[in-house]
Design a binder for this molecule. Structure first.
Ligand SMILES: [Zn+2]
Length: 247
């Protein structure tokens, strides 16, 4: 079972300039087809940018290369887009879920709190400005999850219905229903904490807490003490990603 790492949205800070990142989507070969964890931007976003993307363009440098859309990268790896049977969302910000309309046949797995936050249309927290409700216009088949009392290590966890073993880990804060995703990777684990921690080691603690929520100290400590778990964040340094695949 292979886990592919896709950069589905390059986003570089104007300051500091060394914060150059790609939005990490995981493409997991499962027992029930491909499972895509987050989608990045979708092909429509490159044709008509959502309003929030215009704000992003003011504070960051975004190349906006449509070849970064997950649906294009899936094809470049030799799969059919229809092979993506399931999409697991860490949260529903435009840069993590914008590609949903590119996979209208896929079942979408997301925490109930997150789905209700985007559907309500209310801005209850400033980060709710990152939602683009049009990503749901095609009426996807959505499976909602609530707490079950299960644990993954000492984290609250919700088992997802796939092999390899996968869990949603509620890490609320960045958004109302933000979750990490743990995936069994051979003898090890991959813990994708999404936007609950920063890839930038030098990001100030106050800024991380303000934007990403309260979890980073616990996650970093967990990472230091569990070498069998590889931890990734929603936006990784560009160097993390394999060189672009040649068409
Ligand atoms: Zn986000």
């Amino acid at each position: 079972m292979t886990i592919h790492s896709l950069n589905c949205f390059t986003c570089n800070a104007r300051f500091p300039r060394h914060w150059r990142s790609g939005q990490l989507c995981l493409l997991v070969e499962s027992n029930d087809g491909l499972v895509l964890v987050d989608t990045g931007l979708g092909t429509r976003d490159y044709i008509k940018a959502p309003a929030i993307l215009h704000i992003f363009k003011l504070i960051t440098i975004v190349p906006l290369d449509p070849e970064e859309a997950a649906v294009r990268q899936v094809a470049k790896r030799g799969f059919q887009p229809e092979d993506v049977r399931h999409i697991v969302l860490t949260h529903m910000h435009f840069d993590h879920a914008g590609g949903l309309p590119d996979f209208p046949w896929a079942k979408v797995h997301v925490h109930r709190r997150e789905y209700e936050a985007i559907k309500s249309g209310k801005i209850r927290h400033w980060t709710d400005g990152g939602y683009n409700r049009h990503i749901l216009d095609h009426g996807p088949d959505v499976k909602l999850y609530d707490a079950t009392g299960d644990k993954w290590y000492d984290f609250d966890a919700i088992r997802l219905p796939f092999e390899p073993e996968m869990y949603l880990l509620p890490l609320f804060g960045h958004t109302a229903g933000h979750c990490g995703v743990a995936v069994k990777d051979g003898a090890r684990w991959l813990l994708h904490v999404a936007d609950a921690a920063s890839f930038a080691e030098d990001a100030p603690d106050w800024a991380v807490r303000f934007v990403l929520g309260p979890h980073q100290p616990r996650l970093r400590k967990f990472n230091r003490t569990h070498p069998e778990v590889r931890m990734t964040t929603g936006h990784m340094a560009l160097e993390f990603f394999p060189a672009r695949m040649v068409e």
